[in-house]
Design a protein around this ligand. Structure first.
Ligand code: ADP
Ligand code: MG
Length: 756
C-alpha cells in the first residue's frame, strides 16, 4: 500500500422527486447558504406537528453538499455526484455511492434510471459509459474491468449476474455468503465477477442483473423495496513494465426503502420513536451512530450482511457519497425529515481512502531480472570484459597458480590479490578450504579433479566420441544452411508475387489516364471529394461505409503521381523535381480530411449504436415488467374475489360457485370467452373436475373467469392442488389466457374476445 491517503467525510446530497399528479405539495425551500453547501428547509404542516414528528418545532433545516430540486435532470446528477467518484476509482481509490430514502422517493430512478427515455438512464449506465470512455483515452496503462451485482434480501445474498436466466424466484439465484479472513477482510463467496471489456458488455450485464432482479420479485417478497442492491465495478490498472497494480472498487448501491412504522401509544398520544421496517437499515443506523461517536472502538458492522459488505464504505478505505432521495409531498414530510436527519449523521463520518497499490511478485521477479542484466552489462562496460556465470578453465588454473604462490611465499606481508571479482574471491576461499581439509587425508593429488575440469579427455574412446560429435555438428550446420537458403528463396518468391499483385491492381485502376496524363493538369475529377456533404447525416451514414475505400483510392493516386514524377525525371532530368508537389499535397490533405470525417462519423454511429442497444434492453425489461404486472394484477384480482367469497355465508365453495352467477349476471359483460383448447383433460377425471371446467367454459365475463379460476385454485379438489400452477396471459397474443400445470405444460388455453 502506498502512503497516499485522502481523508474525507462522507459527502451528502439530496434529491427531491417531482410531485405526482394527485400529490399535495409539502412546503420546503432550497437555499444556497455558503460557497460549498446548500440548505433545505422543511416546514412541518400544523396538522402533523403534534403527530408523528414528536417535536414542537415547525421548521427543520438541513445542510447538504448540494440539493437537486424536482426539475434536476439525470445528467446533472451524474456530473456532480458520480463523475468525481468515478474519477477517483479510475485513479485507484475505492468509491461508493448509495441512495437512501423511503420507497418511491427515486432511489432506483437515480441509481439505475427510468425505463421511459434514454435520457432517464441513471448513475450506473452513465458511470459505465464514462469509465470506458476514459479507459479508451488513456493508453498509458493497461486496465481490466469486472462487474458484480449483489442483491441482499432478508440477510441472504443473491448473485444477480447468474447467466442461466431461468430464475423465477430469488431463491433460484446462486446464494452468496460472507467469509472473513484472518485479517478481517470480507470476501463474498459465490458472487460472480464478470469481465466487461467495453461499455456494451457492461451494460448487458447490468440489464441481465436488473432483469433477474425484476423476475425474482413477487408481490410476496416485495424485493425491490425490501432488498439492497449493490452493483460493483472493479477496476485494476497497471503501467506497462511496472510491477505495481492498482485495484479499486466502485459500489453503486440502491438501498431498501427506509420507511418506518410509527409505534403509537394509547390514543395516539404516547409517541415512541418510529422503527425501521427493514432491520438491516436499523443496523446501518447503529453503525453510523457508533462511527459518529468519538473513541468508539467497536463498530457493529457484523450485525447485518449489508453493513458487512459496505464496511469499507462506512468509515473505512473509501470515498463515499450518499444521496438522500426525498418525496416532499405533504404526506411524506415525516419520512423526508427522517431521511435528512440520517444524512446529517452520515455527514459526520470520516473516511480514509488510500491508493490501493500492490506489487505482483511475478512481475517483480521479471523486473528484477531485467535490472540484474542491466547491471551486468554496465559492469562489463566498466571492466572491459564480459562476465559469465562461471569462471573459465583458464581463469581457474590461473587462480590456483596465484594461490599456490601466495601459500608458498614465506613473507608474512604477502597478499593474495585476485581483483574485485566476487567469483574469484569465492573460489579462493573454497579452494583454500579444500586444501585445509585435505591435509588430513593422505596426500593424493593437490589439484582437485573438479578444479582442473575432471575428466581425462585423452583416452582413445573419448577421442573417438568427440570426433563423432564434431562430425554430427558439422552435418547439422550444413543442413541448416541449406534450409536457410531455401527459406530465403521462398520469401523472395512471395514478395515478388505480392508486388506483382499490387502493381497489377493499382495499374488497372489508373491505366486509362496514366499514360496520357499531363502533370500540370494534376487534379482529376475522380479525386475531387465533396467534403461538404458530411453535414447531411443520412447521406454520410451511407457514405461512411465506403470511406476506407476512398482513402485507398487516394493513396493509389499518390503512388501513381510518384511514378509519373519519377518517369518525368528520367525523361527530362533538367526539371526541378526536388521541390514539393502541390498535387500530392492536395491529395494528402484530402486523405486527412477523409480520415477526420470518417472518424467523426464512426463516433456518431458508435454513440447511436449504444443508444439503440440501451433502448432495446429497456424494451426487453419493459416486456418482463408487463408480464410481471399482469401476474400481480391477476393475483390481486383473484384474492379480491376470494375475500368476497369468504364473506358469503355458505358452508362450501361449491355452493358459493352456484350462488355467484346471479350476482354476476347483472354485471356488464365485456368479454365472452370460449375455450379453444382443452388439451390434457384426462377422460378419467372425476366428475367434480369436469364440472368445474364446464362451469369455467360457460362463464361470460372477464372478472367472472377470474373468480372461477380463483375458485379452482382455492377449492380443495385434488385436481387443483396437484396440478395447476399458474395462469398466464400470453405476451404475444394478449387475448389468450392459459392455465399451466406445475411442470409448465398448458392445461388449457382460453381466448377472450370482445363482445359488442
Ligand atoms: P424507489 O426506488 O426509491 O422506491 P423509484 O426510483 O422506483 O423509487 O421511483 C418511484 C417512481 O417515481 C418511479 O416511477 C420513477 O420513475 C419516478 N421518479 C422517481 N424520481 C424521479 C425523478 N427525479 N424524475 C422523474 N421521475 C421520477
Ligand atoms: Mg427502488
Amino acid at each position: 500500500m502506498s502512503g497516499e491517503m485522502v481523508k474525507q467525510t462522507i459527502q451528502i446530497y439530496a434529491r427531491v422527486k417531482p410531485l405526482a399528479r394527485r400529490q399535495q405539495a409539502g412546503i420546503y425551500s432550497v437555499g444556497e447558504d455558503e460557497k460549498s453547501a446548500s440548505s433545505l428547509e422543511i416546514i412541518v404542516p400544523r396538522d402533523l406537528a403534534d403527530g408523528f414528528v414528536n417535536n414542537k418545532r415547525e421548521s427543520y433545516k438541513f445542510k447538504f453538499q448540494k440539493i437537486f430540486d424536482q426539475e434536476a435532470k439525470q445528467d446533472a446528477v451524474f456530473e456532480s455526484i458520480a463523475k468525481p467518484v468515478a474519477e477517483c476509482a479510475l485513479a485507484g481509490y475505492n468509491g461508493t455511492i448509495f441512495a437512501y430514502g423511503q420507497t418511491g422517493s427515486g432511489k432506483t430512478f437515480t441509481i439505475t434510471g427510468g425505463a421511459e427515455r434514454y435520457s432517464d438512464r441513471g448513475i450506473i449506465p452513465r458511470t459505465l459509459s464514462y469509465i470506458f470512455q476514459q479507459l479508451e483515452k488513456d493508453s498509458s496503462k493497461v486496465y481490466t474491468t469486472h462487474v458484480s451485482y449483489l442483491e441482499i434480501y432478508n440477510e441472504c445474498g443473491y448473485d444477480l449476474l447468474d447467466p442461466r436466466h431461468e430464475a423465477s424466484r430469488l431463491e433460484d439465484l446462486p446464494k452468496v455468503t460472507i467469509m472473513e479472513d484472518p485479517d478481517q477482510n470480507i470476501h463474498l463467496k459465490n458472487l460472480s465477477l464478470q469481465q466487461a471489456t467495453n461499455e456494451e458488455e457492461a451494460l448487458n450485464l447490468l440489464f441481465l442483473g436488473d432483469t433477474n432482479r425484476m423476475i425474482a420479485e413477487t408481490p410476496m417478497n416485495q424485493a425491490s423495496t425490501r432488498s439492497h442492491c449493490i452493483f460493483t465495478i472493479h477496476i485494476s490498472s497497471k503501467e506497462p513494465g511496472s510491477a505495481t497494480i492498482r485495484r479499486s472498487k466502485l459500489h453503486l448501491v440502491d438501498l431498501a426503502g427506509s420507511e418506518r412504522v410509527a409505534k403509537t401509544g394509547v390514543g395516539g398520544q404516547l409517541l415512541t420513536e418510529a422503527k425501521y421496517i427493514n432491520l438491516s437499515l436499523h443496523y446501518l443506523e447503529q453503525v453510523i451512530i457508533a462511527l459518529a461517536e468519538k473513541h468508539r472502538s467497536h463498530i457493529p458492522y457484523r450485525n447485518s450482511m449489508m453493513t458487512s459488505v459496505l464496511r469499507d464504505s462506512l468509515g473505512g478505505n473509501c470515498m463515499t457519497t450518499m444521496i438522500a432521495t426525498l418525496s416532499l409531498d405533504k404526506r411524506n414530510i415525516d419520512e423526508s425529515i427522517s431521511t435528512c436527519r440520517f444524512a446529517q449523521r452520515v455527514a459526520l463520518i470520516k473516511n480514509e481512502a488510500v491508493l490501493n497499490e500492490e506489487i505482483d511478485p511475478r512481475l517483480m521477479i521479471i523486473q528484477l531480472k531485467k535490472v540484474i542484466q542491466e547491471l551486468k552489462d554496465e559492469l562489463a562496460m566498466v571492466t572491459g570484459e564480459q562476465r559469465t556465470e562461471e569462471l573459465t578453465q583458464e581463469e581457474l588454473l590461473q587462480l590456483e597458480e596465484i594461490i599456490k604462490t601466495f601459500l608458498e611465499d614465506p613473507d608474512p606481508e604477502s597478499m593474495l590479490d585476485v581483483g574485485a571479482d566476487m567469483r574469484k574471491i569465492k573460489h579462493c576461499f573454497n579452494y583454500i578450504k579444500q586444501l585445509i581439509n585435505r591435509t588430513n587425508i593422505p596426500d593424493r593429488h593437490l589439484l582437485s579433479p573438479d578444479i582442473t575440469g575432471g575428466e581425462d579427455t585423452n583416452t582413445p574412446e573419448k577421442k573417438e566420441e568427440l570426433k563423432k560429435l564434431r562430425d554430427l555438428l558439422h552435418q547439422r550446420d550444413n543442413e541448416i544452411n541449406i534450409l536457410v537458403s531455401m527459406l530465403k528463396k521462398e520469401k523472395k518468391k512471395a514478395q515478388d508475387a505480392l508486388f506483382q499483385l499490387n502493381t497489377g491492381s493499382s495499374g488497372l485502376a489508373v491505366s486509362e489516364s496514366s499514360l496520357s496524363i499531363s502533370l500540370e493538369e494534376g487534379q482529376r475529377p475522380s479525386a475531387c471529394v465533396n467534403v461538404k456533404d458530411t453535414q447531411d447525416f443520412s447521406s454520410s451514414v451511407h457514405r461512411s461505409a465506403f470511406l476506407p475505400r476512398r482513402t485507398d483510392h487516394l493513396k493509389g493516386e499518390i503512388t501513381q503521381r510518384h511514378m509519373q514524377r519519377a518517369a518525368l525525371g528520367v525523361a527530362s532530368p533538367s526539371e526541378e523535381l526536388n521541390e514539393s508537389d502541390p498535387v500530392e499535397e492536395r491529395l494528402r490533405a484530402q486523405i486527412e480530411e477523409e480520415k477526420k470525417s470518417y472518424k467523426t462519423m464512426f463516433n456518431r454511429l458508435k454513440g447511436l449504436k449504444i443508444e439503440i442497444e440501451h433502448l432495446q434492453l429497456l424494451m426487453e425489461k419493459a416486456k418482463v415488467k408487463l408480464q410481471k404486472d399482469f401476474e400481480v394484477w391477476w393475483s390481486e384480482e383473484a384474492s379480491n374475489l376470494q375475500d368476497q367469497q369468504e364473506k358469503l355465508p355458505v358452508s362450501n365453495s361449491a355452493s358459493a360457485l352456484r350462488a355467484s352467477p346471479q350476482s354476476l349476471e347483472s354485471q356488464q359483460h365485456l368479454y365472452a370467452n370460449s375455450f379453444s383448447d382443452t388439451s390434457r383433460v384426462n377422460p378419467s377425471e372425476d366428475r367434480g373436475r369436469k364440472n368445474n371446467l364446464s362451469r369455467l367454459s360457460n362463464s361470460t365475463s372477464n372478472t367472472r373467469l377470474g373468480e372461477q379460476v380463483n375458485f379452482l385454485l382455492h377449492s380443495n379438489t385434488p385436481f387443483v392442488n396437484e396440478e395447476i400452477w399458474t395462469i398466464q396471459k400470453s405476451l404475444l397474443f394478449p387475448h389468450l389466457l392459459s392455465l399451466r400445470t406445475r411442470n409448465n405444460s398448458p392445461l388449457w388455453v382460453c381466448s377472450l374476445t370482445e363482445k359488442k
